[in-house]
Design a protein around this ligand. Structure first.
Ligand SMILES: Cc1cc2nc3c(=O)[nH]c(=O)nc-3n(C[C@H](O)[C@H](O)[C@H](O)COP(=O)(O)OP(=O)(O)OC[C@H]3O[C@@H](n4cnc5c(N)ncnc54)[C@H](O)[C@@H]3O)c2cc1C
Length: 382
């Protein structure tokens, strides 16, 4: 594995960093502090960089980016605005999902608005009683007169409030277990109810509870075939987990930059606090952990690019990065003293924005069980 970035990757990273610092950073506080949701206009500003559909081949409207290049872009975006990363990242994964499993007609109809940023995507798997145990989905879909009638509740759905095109997993026949689960493309106007659920961070990217009551979906909106719904969802998990390592590295990098600047400028006992050994120890831990997050992420993304199995590496990257970015964010706050606990400095937001990733994309306890299963050849799951 070559750890040097290519000239093209360096150029993309640099150009993107300059653009984000100049065009996007100035609006972040205004949105996050007032709870305003990321707008479609802002999402559209990212399209030229390939954030929407960039992983797809050119003939499908994409840029043919490698996972590694796309994740490096995600790292830069996370460094500046995690809520925007979440909005765009989920929409992009819906796009990739429809490209992978959609019919020609579904691709034509649903990919175009998502690629242009006119449509926002969401992915609905989790339910009030169904979290880590994804196989026990309770939402039902029953075929009646050529239409699927969906009943049930989905929980914590990112982009659920504003999303226009969602992939919803539902059980078509409980007696078949996971072989009865199917994925459906559901559009906003099909009539489910969305309720915002208040949360701790990534405030400008709200999530929602979605309630489906006899929500009718045309037969042709079945994505793939009945029985492969859960497998479709799980197929994207390795790339999602590898990506989380880069999201963590981006936020960790922001913490490092904020802490270094503060430590250079804050004077106590007649010296910048950065001159004290205990502060230097924290900064050195922060920088080392950030590099390690990135390296584990690169190991997983390299395997993804080569089309090789990477369940263990993706889980290790996700587990390590999300546990340790919390340490980095805590240290950044500690270095800021009392100011770190205020909303006048960004570090309290960095902590809030990354906190959920030990939970989402498979909790860190579940990552340990996946790694343990791979190492031992023994499964803790049923
Ligand atoms: C900000 C955010 C955004 C999200 N976005 C989406 C989205 O867009 N779409 C979507 O479908 N979902 C989304 N989720 C949901 C997320 O995927 C779930 O929260 C996650 O899968 C965990 O499920 P749960 O919350 O029900 O926890 P549970 O599964 O109930 O787990 C509770 C605790 O028990 C532990 N636990 C469970 N089983 C085991 C076990 N076998 N061994 C040891 N410990 C165990 C867990 O690790 C955890 O600590 C989002 C969540 C958050 C926080």
């Amino acid at each position: 594995m070559d750890l040097d970035l290519t000239e093209e990757q360096k150029l993309i990273k640099d150009t993107l960093r300059r653009f984000l610092d100049k065009e996007i950073r100035p609006m972040v506080d205004g949105y996050e502090k007032t709870g305003r949701q990321v707008s479609r206009e802002i999402v559209k500003k990212l399209i030229p960089f390939g954030f929407l559909g960039g992983l797809l081949p050119r003939e499908a409207g994409g840029e043919g980016l490698t996972y590694t290049t796309y994740f490096l872009m995600i790292e830069e975006l996370s460094r500046v605005w995690p809520s925007l990363r979440a909005t765009v990242g989920i929409s992009n994964s819906v796009l990739t999902h429809i490209y992978e499993y959609g019919t020609g007609e579904q691709r034509k109809r649903f990919m175009a608005p998502l690629l242009k940023g006119d449509g926002i995507g969401f992915f609905a798997l989790t339910e009030p009683n169904v979290g880590s145990d994804t196989s026990s989905i309770e939402t039902t879909a029953v075929l009646k007169g050529g239409r699927w009638v969906i009943n049930g509740t989905k929980m914590f759905i990112t982009n659920g409030m504003e999303g226009d095109i969602g992939i919803v997993l539902a059980q078509t026949d409980k007696s078949r277990g996971i072989n009865g689960i199917a994925a459906f493309i559901v559009e906003k106007e099909m009539g489910y109810k969305a309720r915002p659920v208040e949360k701790m961070g990534t405030i400008s990217c709200p999530f929602a509870e979605l309630v489906f009551e006899d929500c009718e979906v045309p037969g042709e909106n079945l994505l793939g075939s009945v029985g492969d719904g859960l497998r479709q969802g799980l197929k994207f998990l390795n790339s999602a987990r590898a990506m989380v390592a880069f999201i963590s590295a981006g936020i960790a990098q922001a913490c490092v930059e904020a802490a270094v600047e503060y430590a250079r400028n804050r004077v106590q006992f007649g010296k910048p606090i950065g001159a004290f050994q205990l502060i230097q120890a924290k900064i050195s831990d922060m920088v080392t952990l950030t590099s390690a997050m990135r390296l584990l992420g690169l190991q997983a993304s390299d395997l993804l690019d080569k089309g090789r199995p990477c369940a263990r590496e993706a889980s290790m990257a996700k587990l390590f990065a999300t546990d340790n970015v919390l340490r980095v964010a805590e240290d950044a706050m500690q270095i800021h003293g009392g100011y770190g606990y205020t909303k006048e400095f960004p570090v309290e937001r960095y902590y809030r924005d990354i906190r959920y990733f030990t939970i989402a994309e498979g909790t860190n306890e579940i990552q340990k069980l996946i790694i343990g299963r791979d190492v031992l050849g023994l499964s803790a799951f049923k």
